[in-house]
Design a binder for this molecule. Structure first.
Ligand SMILES: Cc1ncc(C[n+]2csc(CCOP(=O)(O)OP(=O)(O)O)c2C)c(N)n1
Ligand SMILES: [Mg+2]
Length: 690
């Protein structure tokens, strides 16, 4: 980088940011002014001097990515987006945290221009940053494979600001450990070491040397102390700028810069106190701040036009200066790499490759197979056709069947193991046993949207990553969570490993598709539908145990998998007007099919509906729903999970058979018998209804 130029206009812009943060929180009466005030110099440096971003085009592929992991300090970013000209105006800052504003309490992707990902749950942004850094490397490998690392149009830096809370949360440790292992040299993490969180001084609960911890992970570590020599902070800014420069020069390790600050500095009486973390400051304190910084204490949201003109034109000129040459390089890349360019265009257009349907495996009916194994076959079949697809597991690859055959690992070559070979084109992800980081890493990769990523673990451990699943849904990240070992069908591992409440509880997350295919061919169809959805995350809920593969050939009595995309469909029609309808998901569909056979044999016309995805079913037109599940026919549902929620999905009389207690350590078949998940129980329930 060129040496830092820092004029009086920069100082005034930083002070303007501090005053705006105070005013914005005061106006709405709540919010987080302290950190936005003390971090204003760092934020200004990033947006005005360091990052390659284009305020006129938030989606510019060549941009650096920025994540505010300390999401409560959203004003830190909103004010820079305003000053740099990303589309926010003073009115937007003045409507902070109010209905319909562009400035919600925490940064929200797809809501405010320039926000890359939704943050707020502390620590997750660190994992998002790791995901963005991984995405960048994979994009270079995929689209620009002959480029020298660091010199591709797909190379860029990822900057993350985290606070004490982020450093305390386990997810940041998970992600940071992995980032060093993967040698993510394009990642730069700032730790705002102000030693204050909501309960006050962090020393009551936080004592380790965080720098030493990051050094131990293998990061490049630096420290800039803003509490020492505060009145000449322009010098401090220069020190920070040089630290960023040094961090960028280290390309084989991620960089950690601890920035020691005083929260809320230079507030006259409240700087350094937790009272400025998350509350308005009060008129006197703000007047004091304004006097100290040379602002009129009588005026609010007072932005000197000269300052705004400076920050906006500076940001625009910087964008022009970096983007011009980048566009030339991009055009050169395009003409030199027509195949990769076509691939990029397809991925950006969110289209699946031609022939994807034909490539999906079709499984023969005579060979039972677990849906997790079928899923692995699907991935193998898609590997060559969809090079943008990549993923892995939190150390359960052989159980989750998440490794695409013939694909190498996304690890530095020297980390190749007896089991896995890594290289620069690796696509198999090894998250280690870090489910929470995995979820947030996947979300960032999928929000970046130039590749598509999935990750697996046991369904029971979806609890460990639940916050990331929720964030995927909130932020419309099309992450595919591969959750196998989906019920008491796990068997001998016992109750800690047997999900009971997980399926219904995941269905409670709005915007998440919970997809539980009944057999191998439904698994193929389910993957296809999941991949077609680019704005929704999905959890594929897959069996450990082998399942019957329904014979869906003409005249077999079982329907094709066409209905899977509708979420629920008639798998087997009743021999006459149905007197009862059996509804099942996943591994319980074969039990329901046996029950249907028995009911039909005893003269009860019975329809069998497979419901792999309640969310897709619910979205169907009423007429479709009434055609397969009419209100006036009683229904029996069977699912090896808490039998909750079915009466909200199905009209009319419903008996739900499931399991409302923990499982036990025994063979799967024994557990199904012992816990009453059998065809006989279904038959009895159906007869009781008619
Ligand atoms: C996972 C999670 N737990 C709790 C919170 C509530 N919370 C918001 S900010 C905060 C304290 C953060 O302290 P720090 O990161 O040091 O920020 P600072 O006070 O320095 O701005 C807490 C506990 C949260 N946002 N996320
Ligand atoms: Mg703090």
């Amino acid at each position: 980088m060129t040496p830092l130029t820092w004029t009086d206009l920069d100082k005034r812009a930083v002070d303007t940011a501090r005053v705006l943060a105070a005013d914005a929180v005061e106006k709405v009466g709540n919010g987080h002014p302290g950190t936005a005030i003390s971090l204003a110099p760092l934020a200004h440096l990033l947006y005005q001097k360091v990052m390659n971003v284009d305020p006129s085009d938030q989606d510019w592929l060549g941009r650096d990515r920025f994540v505010l992991s300390a999401g409560h300090a959203s004003l830190t970013q909103y004010i820079q987006l305003f000053l740099a000209g990303f589309g926010l105006e003073v009115e937007d800052l003045a409507s902070l945290r109010t209905w319909g504003s562009k400035t919600p309490g925490h940064p929200e992707v797809h809501h405010t221009k320039g926000i890359e990902c939704t943050t707020g749950p502390l620590g997750t942004g660190v994992a998002n940053g790791v995901g963005f850094a991984m995405a960048s490397r994979r994009e270079r490998q995929l689209y620009d494979p002959t480029a020298v690392p660091g010199e591709s149009v797909f190379d860029h830096f990822v900057y993350v600001i985290a606070g004490d809370g982020c450093m305390q949360e386990g997810v940041s440790s998970e992600a940071s450990s992995l980032a060093a292992t993967l040698e993510l040299g394009n990642l730069i993490l700032f730790y705002d070491d102000n030693r204050i969180s909501i309960e006050g001084e962090t020393k009551i609960a936080f004592s380790e040397d965080v720098e030493a911890r990051y050094a131990a992970y293998g990061w490049h570590v630096q420290h800039v102390d803003f509490t020492n020599g505060m009145t000449t902070y322009s010098e401090k800014v220069d020190e920070l700028y040089k630290a960023i420069d040094a961090a960028k020069a280290v390309t084989d390790r991620p960089s950690f810069i601890k920035v020691t600050t005083i929260i809320g500095w230079p507030l006259p009486t409240k700087a350094g106190s937790h009272s400025v973390h998350g509350a308005k400051l009060g008129g006197d304190e703000i007047a004091g701040l304004k006097r100290e910084l040379g602002f009129d204490p009588e005026k609010s949201f007072d932005v000197d036009p000269e300052v705004l003109e400076y920050t906006r034109s500076n940001a625009a000129e910087r964008a022009k200066a970096v983007r011009g040459p980048w566009e030339e390089r991009f055009a050169a890349w395009r003409s030199a790499n027509p195949d990769q360019a076509a691939l990029l265009d397809r991925v950006i257009a969110r289209e699946l490759p031609e022939g994807v349907e034909a490539a999906l495996p079709v499984f023969p009916a005579d060979k039972p197979i677990a849906t997790r194994a079928a899923s692995g076959n699907v991935l193998g079949a898609l590997a060559n056709l969809m090079p943008e697809l990549w993923g892995g597991s939190a150390d359960l690859a052989s159980s989750n069947n998440t490794t695409m055959k013939g694909v190498s690992s996304f690890i530095p070559a020297e980390r190749s193991s007896k089991e896995f070979t890594g290289d620069l084109v690796g696509r198999t992800l090894h998250f280690g046993i870090r489910e929470h980081a995995m979820g947030n890493i996947l979300n960032a990769i999928n929000l970046e949207s130039l590749t598509r990523a999935y990750g697996g673990t046991f369904l029971v451990f979806s609890d460990y990553m639940r916050s990331s699943v929720r964030l995927a849904a909130i932020s419309k990240a099309p992450t595919v969570f591969v959750w196998t070992h989906d019920s008491i069908g796990v068997g001998e591992d016992g109750p800690t490993h047997q999900p009971i409440e997980h399926i219904p509880s995941l269905r409670l997350i709005p915007g998440l598709d919970v997809v539980r295919p009944a057999d191998a061919n439904e698994t193929s169809a389910a993957w296809l539908q999941v991949l077609k959805n680019h704005e929704r995350p999905a959890g594929l809920i897959l069996s450990r145990q082998n399942l019957r593969v329904f014979d869906r050939s003409e005249g077999s009595g079982y329907a094709s998998t066409e209905g899977v995309a509708k979420g629920g469909y008639t798998l087997a029609e009743a021999s006459a007007e149905p007197q009862v309808i059996l509804v099942a998901t996943g591994s319980e569909v074969e039990i329901a099919a046996d029950a249907r056979d028995a009911l039909e044999a005893s003269g009860v016309p019975t329809r069998l509906v497979s419901m792999p995805c309640v969310e897709w079913y619910t979205a169907q037109p009423d007429a479709y729903k009434a055609s397969i599940l009419p209100a006036d026919v009683p229904k029996v549902v069977i699912e090896a999970a808490q039998p909750i929620g079915w009466r909200d999905v199905l009209d009319g009389t419903v008996t739900a058979i499931g399991i409302d207690h923990f499982g036990a350590s025994a063979a799967a078949g024994v557990l199904y018998e012992q816990f009453g998940l059998t065809a006989d129980v279904v038959v009895d329930a159906a007869k009781a209804l008619i």
